[in-house]
Design a protein around this ligand. Structure first.
Ligand SMILES: [Zn+2]
Length: 75
């Protein structure tokens, strides 16, 4: 899958998320410290390439629930 790398503005750790999330206006969820933030708030955001090594750094992988907050239900 296509991913992008993003740095948490709170704990400064890098992780990755699906490119699908990049195009959505949803808050990303840091798997390390648990903070929610928009990608515009990240001090470092890299799309394309060099993703595999970052993926390998995250033991056990990540679930979608771990990396972003789903949009709220609206009636
Ligand atoms: Zn964090």
């Amino acid at each position: 899958m296509d991913i992008f790398n993003v740095r948490c503005p709170t704990c400064q750790k890098d992780y990755y998320a699906d490119m699908l999330l990049y195009s959505l206006k949803v808050e990303l969820h840091c798997p390390y410290c648990g903070v929610y933030f928009y990608k515009e708030e990240s001090p470092k955001l890299v799309t394309g390439g060099a993703g595999a090594s970052t993926v390998a750094r995250v033991a056990g992988g990540l679930s979608q629930e771990m990396i972003y907050r789903p949009p709220a239900e609206e009636d």
